[in-house]
Design a protein around this ligand. Structure first.
Ligand SMILES: [Zn+2]
Length: 255
């Protein structure tokens, strides 16, 4: 049972208990208030932290201590071609979670992803701020549209899905189930979209790197391209081998 269901059941049981205590035993009404605050807080944090597996089970970290995975979100973007060049030069396989509308705009980069041995995942069609407020039907439609766009170019329909912003909720869980996809999270957030100093960014990733880690990066950021070669070289010096997410968890990347 997902933590979401468990905490909801617990909430209802405690609510009835505290209400009864308030009406029949003169207990403080504050117990009910505190219960609401804690419950709503858990719903919000569960939505933000994909690693909690609160609404849906995601693949966030592998138990394979020798492997690490580079994942790039939001492309194909301005840095995708240069990042592909670096990955090729270093013989590193990676996973790209692409936005459907960008796929349609850059089919040549999608083809390169596929031809050069990387895995292509789905990261919604529009990646809009309202993504998580949509019905599960509308979300599933976005996932399907993106899969269709990728299939038109590669002949393959992705099964790996990374929720935009890493936010999950009950509708998203339903959409992922409906489309038969896997939710893929991460456990090392690089913050490359807001980083200013390449050295700081590099240190933040490398200092906490452990086997089984999934690193969240973006192929839309120049700073990510800037640090990539050194990141690969130094991670290898630490003894890690790079793998795609599907290899890491031994799952099929395409339907
Ligand atoms: Zn994104």
């Amino acid at each position: 049972m997902r933590p979401y269901k468990l905490s909801s059941i617990l909430f209802v049981i405690l609510l009835i208990t505290f209400d009864a205590a308030y009406f029949f035993a003169g207990a403080s009404v504050w117990w009910v208030v505190i219960l609401f605050v804690v419950y709503i807080h858990s719903l919000v944090l569960g939505a933000i932290y994909i690693q909690w597996n609160f609404y849906i089970k995601s693949f966030n970290k592998s138990t394979n201590q020798g492997l690490i995975a580079l994942t790039f979100d939001d492309g194909p973007g301005t840095e995708t071609a240069a990042i592909l060049d670096i990955l090729k030069a270093q013989s590193v396989p990676a996973t790209f979670f692409s936005i459907g509308k960008n796929v349609a705009a850059h089919p040549e980069l999608v083809k390169r992803w596929y031809d050069e041995g990387h895995t292509i995942g789905n990261h919604s069609f529009n990646h809009g701020f309202n993504f998580d407020w949509q019905s599960s039907k509308a979300m599933a439609r976005e996932l399907q549209e993106t899969n269709d766009a990728i299939k038109r170019i590669t002949g393959k329909s992705p099964v790996l899905f990374r929720p935009p912003y890493g936010v999950t909720n009950p509708n998203l869980a339903r959409a992922v189930k409906k489309t038969g996809m896997y939710s893929i999270g991460w456990n090392v957030r690089s913050f490359d979209t807001t980083a200013k100093d390449p050295k700081q960014l590099l240190d933040r990733i490398l200092n906490r790197l452990q086997g089984g880690d999934i690193i969240l990066l973006h192929d839309s950021m120049p700073i990510t391209r800037e640090i990539l070669t050194e990141l690969i070289v130094r991670a290898r010096q630490k003894g890690f081998t790079f793998a795609r997410v599907d290899q890491m968890f031994d799952i099929e990347a395409y339907a």
